[in-house]
Ligand binder design. Structure first.
Ligand code: MF3
Ligand code: CO
Length: 250
């Protein structure tokens, strides 16, 4: 069932989204070689709780942390650890869901650790641009397939992989609501978008093949070929004037 949120409820998703974005901005500035992914997780949890939010990932299906920290070949759901020390040249995806006053915001950015090589920089740039290509299609009357098709076709010329095993989703009262928002699709197919729907678009793009597997920690999703991946995500609401991003950073 797809929920249509009232303007009052959308305000609450927006407030949660704003805190999500502020937390990511803080983390982006904090990332540097030598720190552990656990350090980042602790910074995030403190920041969110001080502002009255709840780290929604913590305890979600047993996930043990506030943020997902996915380094290099880890695509999504990396678990923060004091054994994972960031080094120059790494890329790290920081994925975060904040609950505030009963509503959720969800966003992800991929961040360079110090100087990164050109190919990795291109992977980050293309993944973020693919997210915006999808967002542009999030207008009333379009379908979920229009979004997925836009993401997939944006990435195609770069010959990167587009994950099919994990998808975006509706959001609001729950972290994951209907509809699913794949990063592939056929224009005009899938559920129709309407004013008041809140959705997360989240392309997960790999340098090589899109095949992934899950590590024995039960969470970390890694590329099968060991090549790096990037992940960007925004929460947005469909309005009559088009998409309104609720997790925009300054
Ligand atoms: N933020 C992720 C998403 O985009 C969910 C994190 S999984 C969790 O859907 F278990 F860590 F919460
Ligand atoms: Co999400």
């Amino acid at each position: 069932m797809i929920t249509i949120y009232s303007p009052e409820e959308v305000e609450k998703v927006a407030a949660a989204g704003k805190l999500t974005a502020e937390t990511l901005s803080m983390l982006e500035k904090a990332v540097e070689p030598g720190m552990s992914t656990k350090d980042l997780d602790q910074l995030a949890e403190k920041f969110i709780r001080e502002r009255g939010g709840i780290p929604a990932c913590k305890g979600y299906q047993g996930f043990p942390a506030t943020i997902c920290t996915s380094v290099n070949e880890v695509v999504v759901h990396g678990i923060p650890s004091n054994k994972t020390i960031l080094k120059k040249g790494d890329i790290i995806s920081l994925d975060l869901v904040v609950e505030l006053d009963g509503y959720m915001g969800d966003s992800c950015i991929s961040v360079p650790v110090g100087h990164i090589n050109k190919k990795n920089a291109e992977l980050l740039k293309v993944t973020e641009e693919a997210l915006f290509a999808g967002i542009k299609k999030a207008i009333p009357g379009n379908t979920v397939g229009d979004i997925g098709h836009a993401v997939e076709s944006y990435v195609k010329p770069y010959k990167f992989g587009v994950l099919r095993d994990y998808v975006g989703h509706g959001i609001g009262i729950e972290m994951h609501e209907d509809p699913e928002i794949p990063n592939y699709g056929t224009p005009g197919h899938g559920p129709r978008l309407e004013e008041g729907m809140c959705i997360c678009i989240e392309p997960m793009i790999t340098m090589g093949k899109a095949d992934v597997m899950t590590l024995r920690d039960g969470w970390s999703v890694v590329t099968a070929d060991g090549l790096p991946a990037a992940h960007y995500e925004h929460t947005l609401v469909i309005t009559k004037n088009g998409p309104k991003i609720l997790t925009m950073r300054d």
